[in-house]
Design a protein around this ligand. Structure first.
Ligand code: MSP
Length: 512
């Protein structure tokens, strides 16, 4: 079985500092990376910044800064965010790095060699904010201003010499590919829009610009700058040292297991990127997943709308794990989701403090008092115990399958239900009334501790620091977390000492 897993986030434009939408993509990618890691995979997790193009050049000009200096500054805030979000990314790529430029120019040469690129002239609409070309029927006029219908971004007319990529030629091969690989574009709900876009007919794509200088030069034609999306998409292979396809990274990790992106950039990843790769005779990634948007006051966050939620402020106020938990649980994965501070506080109080934190505290306090601070030794499971314990082993494959279908909602529901059942089990079994029957008392404590252990393992991809903190109860370390072992009902070493731990989550006083 292929035990390598390569996951990527979009590389972010360093035109302004990161917001909650960026944090969301990264946290979700980290969730998958951590899950695969504890499931025994070798994981390569890539993120970074997309630094070329007119959008960035203009943003730097506005600040009167040298473009590279401007990129250095903002790219650093994205890099710092990977630490703040506790991401396990293995690499952080910047498209201004030499390793990347060389890859892009090599890919260009391959396309040229295969006669996939020709020189002509582009006349049409361009949105600098989206870095995208639009047809007439994709444009509307509002208040005398032309904007792209899909993104509402302003467009400008471009009339200049340009190299073109023979995208039209790949219409049929792409449709065949989608048919043979029905999971390539996910979720399913977004697949049809891509397929109908391709079926409507693909026109050759302008892949160079002459009117500005901030980007990677076309080999042997210094006046042209390579289209920023051709440049940016290549990051997924330049980070693996493409064109050196014989090196370990490339051999182990290409094709990528999952390009995780926002739905706004699906066309680039599900149409242009596979077409470039087909044309260059490079294997295609296994899957592109377009997640929904984080909305603030029911609208997509953007600088111009002034509704940006700053992840750093939220983390300062509530801590990182509550934010990670909240985004993963409350935004139904695949759909748009509105977020609010009020719901975040509810989540902290009910799920984290009451359901999880309280369960950990209750059972450890009880065991310290009634089992000599030790994991009970003499136990005999009955069917009540096994029915709650076996749920994990019975669902091992099911959970894996759901993760491979990016069904995060299933994963989190499984945890929330298990927490609810564990609390109910402890209440219903009333171990405090079993002091005359030590084997029964021991078994209830052992069963509940096992469940705390299993749930903490499962929570690791979502709230890693808190899960590690909870596992201190058993002296377990990060390296001990293995997904497979949630199927084991006798994982905890009988007779080992139980440690008291600090409160995991403080409740928020909503009257403050
Ligand atoms: N640079 C391109 C991506 C190139 S990938 C080869 C880009 N950058 S971006 O910074 O504008 O946005 C990157 C991603 O951030 C989006 O695709 C999406 O994943 C995420 N989000 C940005 N705003 C978002 C929300 N409001 N909600 C959720 N995610 C959104 O596009």
């Amino acid at each position: 079985m292929d035990k390598n897993y390569y996951i990527t986030t979009p590389i972010y434009y360093p035109s302004a500092k990161p917001h909650m939408g960026h944090a969301y993509s990264s946290i979700i990618a980290d969730f998958f990376a951590r899950f695969k890691k504890i499931d025994g995979y070798k994981v390569y997790f890539l993120t970074g910044t997309d630094e070329h193009g007119l959008k960035i050049q203009r943003a730097a000009e506005k600040k009167n800064l040298d473009t590279l200096k401007f990129c250095d500054e903002i790219s650093k805030t994205f890099k710092d965010l990977t630490k703040t979000l506790n991401l396990t990314n293995t690499d952080f790529i910047r498209t201004t790095e030499n390793r990347h430029k060389q890859s892009v120019q090599h890919l260009w040469n391959e396309l040229k060699k295969n006669d996939e690129i020709y020189l002509s002239k582009y006349s049409g609409w361009y949105s600098v904010s989206d870095e995208a070309f639009y047809n007439n029927d994709e444009i509307e006029e509002i208040d005398n201003k032309k904007i792209a219908i899909s993104s509402k971004s302003p467009v400008e007319w471009v009339d200049e010499e340009s190299y073109f990529f023979r995208l039209s030629k790949w219409e049929k091969p792409l449709l065949d590919f989608y048919e043979k690989n029905p999971d390539f574009i996910s979720p399913n709900s977004r697949k049809n829009e891509v397929i109908s876009f391709v079926k409507n007919g693909l026109k050759d794509l302008s892949v160079s610009r002459k009117s500005f200088s901030w980007g990677i030069k076309v080999p042997n034609d210094d006046h042209h700058i390579i289209y920023v999306w051709l440049d940016a998409l290549t990051n997924y292979i330049s980070a693996l040292n493409y064109p050196d396809t014989n090196n370990e990274l490339y051999k182990n990790f290409w094709p990528a297991s999952l390009h995780l992106i926002g739905k706004d950039i699906l066309r680039f990843h599900a149409v242009y990127w596979p077409a470039f790769l087909l044309a260059a005779k490079i294997e295609l990634p296994k899957k592109v997943y377009g997640h929904g948007w984080i909305l603030s006051n029911q609208e997509k966050m953007s600088k111009s709308k002034g509704n940006i939620l700053d992840p750093l402020e939220i983390i300062d106020q509530y801590g990182l794990d509550p934010l990670r938990y909240y985004l993963i649980k409350e935004v139904s994965f695949g759909n748009d989701g509105n977020i609010s501070q009020e719901r975040l506080e509810d989540c902290i109080n009910s799920d984290l403090a009451n359901n999880y934190g309280n369960l950990c505290q209750r059972v450890t306090a009880f065991a310290i008092k009634n089992c000599q601070s030790k994991i009970p030794e003499k136990i005999e499971f009955n069917k009540d115990d096994l029915s709650i314990l076996d749920k994990f082993s019975n669902n091992l494959e099911n959970i894996r399958l759901n993760i491979d279908n990016q069904n995060i909602n299933f994963y989190i529901d499984f945890i929330v239900n298990s927490l609810f059942e564990a609390n109910k089990y402890f209440n219903d079994q009333e171990p405090w009334k079993k002091k005359e029957d030590p084997i029964r008392l021991n078994t209830i404590v052992y069963t509940t501790l096992e469940i705390v252990r299993k749930i903490s393992f499962m929570l690791y991809p979502i709230i890693p620091a808190s899960s590690i903190k909870a596992l201190k109860i058993f002296d377990l370390k990060e390296k001990d977390i293995e997904f497979n072992s949630i199927g084991n009902n006798n994982f905890l070493k009988k007779g080992n000492l139980i440690n008291k731990i600090d409160i995991l989550f403080n409740k928020i006083d909503k009257n403050d």
